[in-house]
Design a protein around this ligand. Structure first.
Ligand code: FA5
Length: 339
């Protein structure tokens, strides 16, 4: 058995030293030190020895096992170091090179525009009020004086969740939420939020966009107050040189109703964005309809108010001379990084 052991040692160590790749190590380990390896089969033969020889040979085999184990670990270490050195040579890694700079992110143009709008209206005494993004038919239409089957529903191409629930098509239902919370006190709020419409995507229209609604309720509020607030907003947002145009319009929840246009950044030369008219509609507005005042809990004989609903992306288009609203949701960093 001693001879067997000596030849196994010589063979094991020479094979171990001949390995030149760390991937070959597990196979060597199984062959010599594994549960079914050559050393284990030698240990199994101990039972055939006499009682005096058995402890002596057992000790020799254990010492041999430890020797193989240590040799294995040393070889493993050497091969791993060789492999690392080879990789470093091949990769030609220069650890002294400076790292690539990380660019810091910034607010999306829509958020920047929203914050500027908040700031301007805050300076005029408006508070921000948030209303739900998923609405009922009742709030999105009926309480705004748009009953079922009313032809004015065609003004808003609607995403229906079910027969009763819609993704809000405008921020105007927030008027009812605010009135029902504040009645019978005066109100001066803006209601920002995302709106959804099942409509054709074009350079000026998205199916998902932001609006900021404004609502003022008080005694003796007039249309001239609305025009004053909108003109102040336009001049603070775009500068005094930008022209504002007021047109008569129709909304079921305001009477009278108007629409507010801004002169386009193409400076009346005409472009796709303004459909070559030189003007872009940015808001609908008007005096709150008596039916809506009543639905909100205010007596129309005593109270009056104005409301407006403006887009957010369209004012940003005008401010930065961008000619297509689709860039806002395209997530193209070459566009976003410019702002
Ligand atoms: C309304 O949504 C009314 N609720 C506005 C209103 C509020 C009137 C209060 C009276 C009183 P309109 O559909 O015109 O109106 O939309 C208002 C503004 O939202 C538009 O002027 C435009 O700036 C923006 N807007 C509307 N549709 C889109 C769209 N598809 N993509 C981008 N912006 C849009």
């Amino acid at each position: 058995m001693k001879e067997q052991l000596n030849s196994l040692r010589a063979k094991g160590i020479s094979e171990l030293n001949a390995l030149n790749n760390a991937d070959q190590l597990p196979e060597w380990y199984h062959r010599y030190l594994g549960r079914k390896g050559e050393l284990t089969s030698l240990l199994k033969q101990l039972g055939t020895l006499s009682a005096e020889e058995r402890p002596v040979m057992g000790k020799v085999i254990n010492e041999f096992k430890q020797e193989l184990q240590v040799s294995f670990e040393q070889r493993q270490q050497t091969l791993r170091e060789n492999k690392l050195n080879q990789e470093l040579e091949i990769d030609d890694l220069d650890v002294t090179l400076p790292g690539r700079p990380c660019t810091t992110g910034h607010l999306h143009l829509t958020t920047q525009t929203l914050r500027r709008i908040y700031q301007i209206f805050q300076e005029m005494g408006f508070q921000v009020y948030e209303a739900p993004e998923v609405e009922t038919d009742e709030y999105n239409f009926q309480l705004l004086n748009i009953p079922e089957y009313h032809p004015a529903r065609d003004m808003w191409d609607t995403f229906w969740v079910d027969d009763e629930v819609v993704l809000r098509t405008h921020t105007s239902p927030g008027q009812i939420w605010a009135m029902r919370e504040y009645a019978p006190e005066p109100i001066r709020v803006i209601l920002p939020g995302k709106c959804y419409r099942y409509e054709q995507i074009t350079p000026r229209s998205e199916h998902q966009f932001y609006q900021v609604e404004g609502l003022t309720i008080g005694k003796n509020i007039r249309l001239t107050d609305l025009i004053g607030v909108m003109s102040e907003f336009a001049h603070k947002m775009y500068g005094a040189e930008r022209k504002v145009r007021i047109r008569g319009s129709y909304f079921p929840f305001t009477e009278p109703s108007i629409e507010i246009d801004m002169s386009c950044s193409c400076e009346e030369n005409g472009c796709r964005l303004c459909k070559y008219t030189g003007w872009l509609e940015v808001a609908g507005a008007g005096m709150v309809h008596p039916v809506v005042l009543r639905n909100g809990g205010y007596d129309p004989d005593e109270w009056s108010g104005f409301a407006f609903g403006m887009g957010v992306e369209r004012p940003a288009l005008l401010k930065h001379s961008i000619n297509d609203i689709r860039y806002f949701y395209g997530n193209d960093l070459r566009f976003l990084q410019q702002f």
